[in-house]
Design a protein around this ligand. Sequence first.
Ligand code: FES
Length: 281
Amino acid sequence: MYKIVKAEKLADMIYLMDVKAERVARHCQPGQFVIVKIDEIGERVPLTICDYDREAGTVTIVFQIVGASTERMSRLQEGDSFKDFVGPLGVASEFVTEDLEELKKKKILFVAGGVGAAPVYPQVKWLHEHGVEADVIVGSKTKDMLLLEDEMKAVAGNYYPCTDDGSYGHSGMVTTKIEQLVSEEGKKYDVCVAIGPMIMMKFVCLLTKKLDLPTVVSMNPIMVDGTGMCGACRLHVGDEIKFACVDGPEFDGHLVNFDESMERQTLYKTAEGRAWLKEKE
Ligand code: FES
């Protein structure tokens, strides 16, 4: 059993938990994910790691209520436990294995949308701890929905909050902020990392393609069981077929077929859709 040592509601329908999982905490890297399960009957829920404390042996997860299992998870309190907490899974972010001196020369822009701030945070923190200051744009519907602001400010080079309703920071979409920074303020970036809802990642990639800015995206949103078995996370990256949970979750955003992935994501939400996909394959 994996004990919850901290449980906090971050925003409407969004929760943070620190879970005692020493082996995962010892080995995990930014970009990787875990699969959690409340009990025997609970669904497997894949979640990108938000933070880890190797000394305390804890791993931080952030999740949004999107169905029955995450709703049950949201009711867990400090002192309760998960039956399973499997990981670290998936491939770590590319920069973890890059030559540090080369990495230090790079200007990196992170773009997070909604709960995407959670997987972006450990990447920016890792870079900060290794002497690389990255800029971070975080978008949310309203100020109240903006996640991990203090944590992000502490590790980001420049921090740019954006809200759809204009209640805080830049008023509008993250894409208009990218355009403002690059086209109007003349900021130059070597790579962009975009993590958030599929539709946001799609439009960030359409823009960064025009700006000739290589972009990495995380396809965590299309995962279902996270084991390479269910087929839900199958996607086209250029001409190749990949599985987000095994080959990713991060891929070259300019090669990802977002429309196909969004269609699969919708179909996998219903039993009918899952049956239909199985027939097609
Ligand atoms: Fe099921 Fe990847 S999530 S195969």
